[in-house]
Write a protein that binds this ligand. Structure first.
Ligand code: GMT
Length: 380
């Protein structure tokens, strides 16, 4: 198939899923065209089936906000026509689904029918999308998509709850490439960070409010009070400075390192003992899956799609949002040397259920269904 993928090219989960999906499809022999405003962060290898089309949008003194959505729709029209795409797959509804709708209508006037699949990732529904300033457009563009997928059963449920959806939604979960995300031997790194064999705790996110990074610091402070421990914070975002200040305030600044955005997260995860994800909302929790693939158990909040991944008492534990005491207690239980090996083993076993080899065929079969449905409708 000849597939166009539209996504955010940044480090966010939806961009990662879109890029890894595109890479996987290209390896399966599909031609994949990325359409976005800069090279996706993980589009880091050469393959004859991968193409990248940069959306250029020019500013003009009249525009306070340059109209990216229009430039994106124009680029979609051009790529669909010139590259003869079979399908457009847009990740994150805002503004990609509405831009795709516009592109589709324009292409119709050229006699071209292009099926559009929209994948809902999380905050496009649970936070930003349901805001009154976007809701009518999000509802409309989801209903106008030829296919809609959500990354968890819970996200599907919330989409039906918040919006008047007349379309069906297929659940296709996040996935992981276990060839890349696996425990590697990085003993020298572990010794450098934890010279006295301290427990190593890791958090990865984009440090937005929804991730509750302060909770990570508070849970860690409690753990550190009980056992020798270190914390690595990976990623960057608006809440980082506050989290750094909180660490210093609690007198544990020396036990915490902020590593910023990292390309090879799996190298750090390889030496970690525990992953903390205390998010306010989380439609799936890709970062937790990446940790589990590297044999790291997870302490998380019990929200969104996380319970569809992290199994209570098996791969880690789940607690109510903001319950720092409960998360601390459970973290100490997992870190106990008699318990840790079993949790690590279980985390990997669970991650294997989300291997790309299991999930990619679900997307391929779904594309096939949508193309057949759309083209048969067009010929009636
Ligand atoms: O909101 C974010 O944290 C980023 C967001 C994205 O779309 O870039 O992540 C969401 O999509 C990921 C991939 O499907 C999911 O694994 C994350 O759980 C989800 N984040 C939230 O729902 C908060």
């Amino acid at each position: 198939m000849n597939i166009g993928i539209v996504c955010y090219p940044t480090f966010g989960g939806s961009g990662v899923v879109a890029t890894e999906l595109g890479k996987g499809l290209a390896k399966h022999g599909h031609k994949v065209h990325f359409i976005t405003y800069s090279q996706p962060a993980r589009l880091d290898f050469l393959n004859e089936n991968l193409f990248y089309h940069e959306v250029e949008f020019h500013n003009y003194p009249l525009f306070e906000y340059p109209p990216y959505e229009l430039a994106l729709a124009s680029m979609m029209v051009s790529v669909v026509k010139n590259e003869k795409l079979d399908l457009l797959h847009v990740h994150y509804a805002i503004p990609h689904a509405s831009a795709a709708y516009m592109a589709k209508q324009i292409l119709k006037t050229h006699g071209i029918v292009i099926p559009v699949v929209t994948t809902l990732h999380g905050t496009d529904i649970t936070l930003v999308g349901k805001d009154a300033s976007y809701e009518p457009v999000v509802t409309f563009s989801i209903n106008q998509s030829d296919g809609v997928t959500a990354v968890s059963e819970e996200l599907k449920r919330e989409t039906f709850e918040y919006f008047k959806i007349t379309n069906e939604i297929e659940v296709i979960p996040n996935f992981i490439d276990l060839e890349k995300f696996k425990k590697q031997k990085k003993d020298h790194f572990k010794t450098a960070i934890c010279p006295n064999d301290e427990a190593l705790i890791v958090h990865t996110s984009n440090f937005r409010k929804v991730k509750r990074v302060d909770d990570v610091i508070n849970i860690f402070a409690n753990i550190h009070h009980e056992i020798p421990a270190k914390l690595l914070m990976i990623g960057d975002g608006p809440e980082r400075m506050k989290a750094e200040a909180l660490g210093r305030e609690l007198g544990i600044g020396d036990a915490i390192r902020f590593l910023g955005k990292l390309e090879a997260v799996e190298e750090v995860l390889s030496v970690a003992d525990l992953f903390i994800m205390p998010s306010e909302k989380e439609s799936f929790g890709l970062a937790a899956l990446e940790a589990m693939a590297c044999e790291v158990p997870v302490i998380s909040s019990n929200v969104g799609g996380i319970p569809e991944l992290n199994i209570q008492g098996v791969t880690g534990f789940l607690s109510p949002v903001g319950d720092i005491e409960d998360m601390t207690r459970k973290a100490l239980f997992v870190l106990d040397k008699d318990n840790l090996p079993k949790f690590k083993e279980n985390a990997l076993k669970r991650a294997k259920e989300f291997d790309i080899t299991q999930i990619l065929p679900l997307y391929e079969a779904y594309y096939q269904r949508i193309v057949e449905k759309t083209t048969s409708k067009a010929t009636i």
